[in-house]
Ligand binder design. Structure first.
Ligand code: CMP
Length: 512
């Protein structure tokens, strides 16, 4: 075979071979192969037409020459496409170079331009005159293609600066989220979770602020998600949080990362300053960005079940109006309920065991309920004392802060207990810092009320001095790193010293 047919058979064989390899690599894009087959069909038709017209009498035979040029042009296009397939879809694929689509398309485009120039040159077109007149043409084409060129440049820039890749999950400025399927030369294809496809012009991707989801420092990372729920104010936030945390972390949830752990926070005390319930949020880290809603649903189920088990109903999603009865009987009932609670708390405290019933009732009138959440400082070392604290619920830690700011644990207090007595009884500043370890509930006894009791009941001060002395020794032992022997000696000296200072302070001199 020669003349115009010389490449027909090799190109046909090339297409068949490429098609066979494509079957073996099922993920390679079919449209490229289809383009080759179509080009080949045109090419074969052009050759056939050229032969046909060549065999006819003039003037028909003159059509054979342009048809020959067309066949040549198609031949070159076909070769370019086949070489591109061999290079990008077979060779690079085997070398596992995951090149972006745009590289393929721009290379083929550049090859087309070179081929067109070469073909024109071969067929005797005067290129220099074209170049001379092309300035105006270029300006016209440039203006009309401004938007398209912007997109092409955008596509190239996106590839070069490595900020967005195919497969990334992104959120556009209009809050639509999706996975980048392809970055093409003019636009990028983004597929949403609703099975829709967005065609985003590349220039827009460059000018918008795009959120790349689940990615940090260029690496894949789980994406943090928020799930909200409400519980009314009857339940202490610390309790709600610990119940929800335990349920979330007790067993894995599909598509929720084990680390960082899913956890609950108190998000707001009154949503939008209107709703009368506490507003909580669970934050978890999603491992598969495609299934955000189903995973949030699983998390909500976990939260719901945990709250049901703890008898904590979700708050009604409406503003609740509390109507309080202000009649004297109701107010009295409420007062006596609170009073009974405070009295019961005081009865549990050894410190006030010596008080008569009447005195305790009087004290119960004066005390105030003071809750603290875990981690809060109840008394601070060095500050002036105003209250004695009776710990009725929870645990607290006594800490000593050294001159260099280092913290040392002195003791742990568990309800029922009391603290803050040292400063009140000696008149000195707070000796230590007391921090709530859990959510705690305290009764605050005003220093004047407390002193009044001590003045009337010097024996309480006397009994307390023993506790005080022991606490003081422990404090000094921690501060000065004392061993057991030194601690015992300090106990003797400190005990009497403290008793002295208490008696001086309260003017209990006759009671030695
Ligand atoms: P105050 O000094 O008023 O404030 C800090 C409180 O920590 C202190 O009173 C005591 O009530 C308490 N405290 C100090 N040392 C100890 C200790 N060793 N054991 C228990 N409580 C202590």
């Amino acid at each position: 075979m020669n003349g115009p047919f010389r490449l027909l058979l090799p190109l046909l064989i090339a297409i068949v071979v490429v098609a066979a390899i494509f079957r073996a690599a099922p993920r390679a894009p079919r449209r490229r192969l289809r383009r080759c087959v179509v080009l080949f069909a045109f090419y074969a038709s052009a050759i056939a037409a050229e032969q046909l017209f060549g065999a006819l009498q003039p003037p028909f035979s003159s059509a054979a020459v342009p048809l020959g040029y067309v066949a040549q042009a198609l031949e070159v296009l076909l070769i370019i496409n086949l070489v591109a397939i061999a290079l990008f879809d077979l060779l690079f694929h085997l070398a596992r170079w995951d090149y972006p689509d745009i590289v393929h398309e721009l290379s083929v485009g550049a090859a087309y331009i070179v081929a067109a120039v070469w073909l024109m040159h071969r067929s005797g077109v005067n290129l220099s005159s074209i170049v001379a007149t092309s300035a105006v043409v270029t300006a016209v084409i440039g203006l009309s293609l401004q938007a398209t060129l912007g997109n092409v440049v955008g596509g190239i820039a996106l590839q070069l600066d490595d900020s967005i890749h195919e497969g990334d999950w992104v959120e556009l400025e209009n809050k639509v989220q999706g996975r980048v399927r392809q970055i093409r030369w003019r636009h990028s294809v983004v597929e949403t979770r609703d099975w829709d496809t967005l065609i985003v012009p590349n220039s827009q991707l460059l000018t918008q602020t795009i959120k790349v989801l689940g990615k940090r420092n260029g690496d894949r990372a789980p994406h943090r998600m928020w799930v909200y729920f409400n519980v009314d104010f009857r339940f202490a936030p610390g309790q709600v949080i610990s119940i929800v945390n335990e349920a979330l972390q007790a067993a894995p949830i599909t598509n929720v990362a084990a680390e960082p752990k899913a956890h609950c926070i108190l998000y707001d005390l009154a949503k939008e300053n209107r709703e009368s319930y506490a507003y909580y949020a669970v934050r978890y880290w999603l491992t598969d960005l495609a299934s955000d809603d189903p995973t949030s649903s699983l998390v909500r189920e976990r939260v719901y079940a945990a709250l049901r088990r703890a008898q904590m109903p979700l708050a009604l999603p409406a503003t609740t109006v509390f109507l309080s009865q202000d009649d004297p009987e109701h107010a009295e009932r409420k007062r006596s309920r609170e009073h009974a609670f405070r009295l019961a708390a005081l009865q549990n405290v050894e410190l006030f065991a010596q008080l008569s019933e009447e005195e305790r009732v009087k004290l119960a009138e004066a005390v105030r309920i003071a809750p603290f959440s875990a981690g809060e400082v109840v008394t601070r070392q060095g500050s002036t004392a105003h209250w004695l604290y009776v710990l009725t619920k929870g645990r607290a830690e006594v800490r000593l802060i050294g001159s260099a700011g280092e913290e040392k644990k002195v003791a742990e207090l568990k309800a029922p207990s009391f603290f803050g007595e040292m400063a009140l009884m000696t008149g000195a500043p707070r000796e230590a810092t007391v921090v709530a370890l859990t959510d705690v509930e305290c009764l605050r006894v005003d220093k004047d009320d407390f002193r009044e009791i001590l003045a009337r009941r010097p024996e309480i001060a006397k009994d307390m001095s023993a506790i005080l002395a022991q606490r003081r020794v422990e404090l000094v032992a921690v501060r000065d790193n004392l061993d057991a022997e030194a601690k015992k000696r300090t106990m003797v000296t400190e005990g009497s010293r403290i008793l002295e200072s208490i008696r001086d302070f309260f003017g209990l001199s006759g009671d030695r």
